[in-house]
Design a protein around this ligand. Structure first.
Ligand code: PEP
Ligand code: MG
Length: 537
């Protein structure tokens, strides 16, 4: 047996087979093939597999997020039946080339054609052509969509995972994550937590192909990863895993109960989500609302900007599913570790201090306006609130409010119904905390982002695994800024919550209650744990 030590992200235990995940940088090589007929059959089989996959995706999306959202998979399936597209591929195969190359050639030809069109709707189809072509190419090359080749859930071991890789993974195929790199405050770690999966980052190990299929154990309580443990230890770990599951089940009794202390102090406990599908987890954990919808995850793992319509469907789905409970949508927080190629962002020396979040939105208002239009249109279907990330000045907030007013004005001229939408900001820079009294006069609420607030207050890069021990999340400076922010919010009559990872730290629940925090927004997996902590006070 081998034992490796890592930094735990979620206290849980997983036992299963290991899968070593490697980056999917597949390269398509142009080759001639001897038997074009056989190549054509290989291609036709791949098309059928792709259509089957899309039908399954359609059924799943229909059940989980409704027809509007599922439709795209049906459209993709129909595109795979398009005569012009298929003929373009067939003709390259008939010239004696390999199917992968033929599909890529058709992809380039059709996506360029769509991209050059004037009509915005047709332009957006360029991304769909790429999407369907890449699906067929992956099938031809034997690469599964998320890189996981089996249907049996695995312990996924990787060098590192980016947020966009993590967001694309099918939760049902993963038991746990273990990575060589990464820090506990990175977005990948946050995603693992939101998926309720035991995970270790910064693990001292050197994984390789030979690990595939071996039995592993991830012990998130002790930060240990065991490879091929002896039978008696394995039995002990299975017993502990079952105990962990039983403890989680015991928390289920708290569903439907209030988040109230013995002396009657109440607090809202909401969920953080990143994807539309996460709403299911939030609802099943009995969240009082959504306190942070990280909308940038709608932009990650895509080849082009999500359109207003696509975003509208996502926000509307979440609002409808939450059925009148509050949903706080955070506008795009792209940049730093959340990178998307099509934004064409320059490489920066200090990305965390750079061009990100609201700075991009104010600099490129067309992106911001598309998102705001989608949110306001969806606001007719539930209780939406909007918050803006990375605020450092009152002027920014005033500029944002001008843009918001302009968007609302345009939508009402166009005849759209809209709900009453609270506007808030994230307090995640020391500057915002220090001028929180002035900022509180401008908005309806504050949500304190302790992940960034800690990074900027302590001058500790949240991605840097070497600095984890310096990153004291209970540092008095951070706690003072939280206290000050809540007090200033209340002086101006607005509410203040916490949506950073610290909100789920039950060692601080009592402190937060004493400070007067009105809401804690945590990953769905932590809701009942926090409820228990509140009720025990
Ligand atoms: C935070 O900074 O605390 C926060 C909630 O935002 P994110 O983690 O997405 O930066
Ligand atoms: Mg942040």
């Amino acid at each position: 047996m081998d034992k490796y030590i890592g930094k735990s992200v979620l206290k849980g235990i997983a036992v299963g087979r290991i899968y070593w995940y490697q980056k999917q940088n597949y390269e398509i090589v142009k080759k001639t093939v001897a038997d074009s007929d056989a190549e054509k059959s290989r291609f036709e089989e791949a098309i059928e597999t792709a259509k089957d996959q899309l039908s399954t995706l359609y059924d799943e999306a229909l059940a989980n997020v409704g027809e509007d959202h599922a439709m795209i998979f049906d459209i993709h399936r129909m595109m795979l039946e398009d005569d012009d597209y298929l003929e373009a591929i067939d003709s390259v195969i008939a010239e004696g080339y390999n199917a992968e190359y033929a599909v890529e050639a058709a992809q380039n030809q059709f996506s360029e054609l769509f991209a050059s069109m004037d009509d915005e709707y047709m332009k957006a189809r360029a991304a769909d052509v790429k999407d369907i072509s890449q699906r067929v190419i992956r099938i031809l090359m034997g690469i599964s969509e998320d890189g996981i080749p089996t249907d049996e859930p695995v312990i996924l071991v990787a060098d590192d995972l980016t947020p966009s890789e993590t967001v694309k993974m099918d939760k049902n195929k993963i038991l746990a994550f273990v990575t060589v790199r990464g820090s506990a405050n990175s977005h990948t770690a946050i995603l693992a937590r939101s998926m309720n999966l035991p995970a270790l980052v910064n693990t001292q190990m050197n994984p390789g192909e030979e690990w595939n299929g071996k039995v592993g154990v991830v012990d998130g309580f002790n930060g240990e990863f065991l490879v091929e443990p002896k039978q008696d230890l394995l039995d002990e770990m299975i017993r502990r895993k079952n105990q962990w599951v039983a403890d989680l089940e015991a928390l289920e009794q708290l569903k439907g109960l209030d988040n109230v202390t013995h002396d009657g102090r109440r607090i809202d406990v909401y969920a953080n989500i990143g994807k539309v599908e996460d709403v299911e987890g939030a609802l099943s954990a009995d969240a009082g609302g959504i306190g942070l919808f990280r909308s940038e995850f709608l932009y990650l793992g895509k080849d082009t900007f999500p359109t207003e319509e696509e975003q509208y469907v996502s926000y509307k789905t979440v609002l409808e599913k939450m059925d009148g409970k509050k949903v706080v949508i955070r506008t795009l927080d792209i940049g730093a570790d959340k990178k998307v190629d099509y934004f064409n962002l320059d490489a920066e020396e200090n990305p965390a201090l750079g061009y990100r979040a609201i700075r991009i939105c104010l600099d490129r208002p067309e992106i911001f306006i598309t998102q705001l239009r989608a949110i306001y249109r969806a606001s007719a279907y539930g209780k939406a609130a909007i918050m803006f990330p990375m605020i450092v000045s009152v002027e920014e907030v005033r500029r944002i409010k001008e843009i918001v007013d302009q968007v609302k004005e345009e939508l009402s001229v166009e005849g759209y119904a809209m709900g009453d939408v609270e506007l808030g900001i994230m307090v995640e820079t020391p500057a915002a905390a220090l001028i929180s009294r002035e900022l509180a006069k401008e908005v309806d609420f504050f949500s304190i982002g302790t992940n960034d607030l800690t990074q900027y207050t302590l001058a500790v890069d949240r991605q840097n695994q070497k600095l984890e021990s310096t990153c004291d999340t209970h540092h008095p400076a951070v706690l003072k800024l939280i206290e000050m922010t809540v007090a200033n919010a209340h002086k101006e009559g607005i509410w203040a919550g916490i949506c950073g990872e610290l909100a789920a730290d039950t060692d601080l629940t009592e402190t937060f209650l004493e400070m007067g925090v009105d809401e804690l927004s945590v990953s769905a997996s932590a809701i009942l744990k926090v409820r228990k902590a509140v009720r025990d006070i």
